[in-house]
Design a binder for this molecule. Sequence first.
Ligand SMILES: [Fe+2]
Ligand SMILES: [Fe+2]
Length: 361
Amino acid sequence: MAIESGTQTEMDHWQLGREYGEVQRLMAELAEEVERRRSQNRHHLKQADWEWLTAKQHMFKIDKTILRRDARLVAAEAGFNVYNLFAFVLEIPPGGTEGAYHMHGEAIKLYLQGRGQEIIAGHEYEVEAGDVLFVPAHTWHGTQNPYGDTERFVAIAHTGQGAPIFHQPIFRTREDLRVPGFEESPIGQAIARKDYGTMQPFELSRARQYFLEKLGDLETQMEERRGQDRHLLKRSELEWGPLWPELGNDPRRTSALIAKTVCPELGFNVHNFFAAFVQLPPDGAGVPSHAHGEEMQFYTQGRGRAFVGTAVYEVEPGDTVFIPANTWHGVENTSTEPLIYFSTMQGRGNPVAHVPISRVG
Ligand SMILES: [Fe+2]
Ligand SMILES: [Fe+2]
């Protein structure tokens, strides 16, 4: 049956109900196809395999005389078992734009080539290769290229499929629940020793309360920094530090480095993502095996090996690697130059387990 838009107001309630049911059935069929693609469970995409979609094929109402083109990198439709993120690369030739201004969930962009102008919430930014941008959820934005060279960026955006666009706030507990000197009390000391196995039920719930209070304090500080509402991080602002403390003070002290980009502590009003550059020096440095929520890595420099579950991939600039949630993974530099990748992970506090697509009868 044909679905016509713009005619809903003339429908009687029978027709409206039937069409609603029909669209739900069509969406369920579509979801089955997406599930079928997901089952490929891909991790690695070579730049040579990018499938470009040119403006002429594009569904959006954009100027079709300027051939901007884009390619899906990581997406459920492309065979990755991903729920929170999708990634694409977009190329805008001189004089082109990214179409009309639009809004959606949170998005992060890494400029790979050329220069461009980004307009986010009325602010204009001059952007060049190496710069990182953040588009907060539900914020009007657009891109244009008034310069002489083609601009190219990779974008990682929130899918909105199952995962909430906004975070669930952590509720602060009542101030009057705080006990001065709690850390020194017997329960406080038992918590410090992690003596959870011998705690009474009340003590266990008190321990949880204690950590929620701590989390509430930290969340308040994060919220204060989010208030800066930043959109842009210039390449020159990257601050490199050791990676191992960021992996929970991992005792396997790697010499790998990290430079955080889009995260709340740096003043971005972001809830779903955490983005950073990771650099492995040419001394055999690796990112030791670890697991967390969904992650996407875009390789920008050097050569190495990415480990995802039991699979091993040779990686080079232009490659994308996807790591499903709760999957052990690591990276190794196999070359004589630094290996660098841009990593976007699920933000802190986001549920790690995926939310399955609901089936409609
Ligand atoms: Fe966008
Ligand atoms: Fe990771």
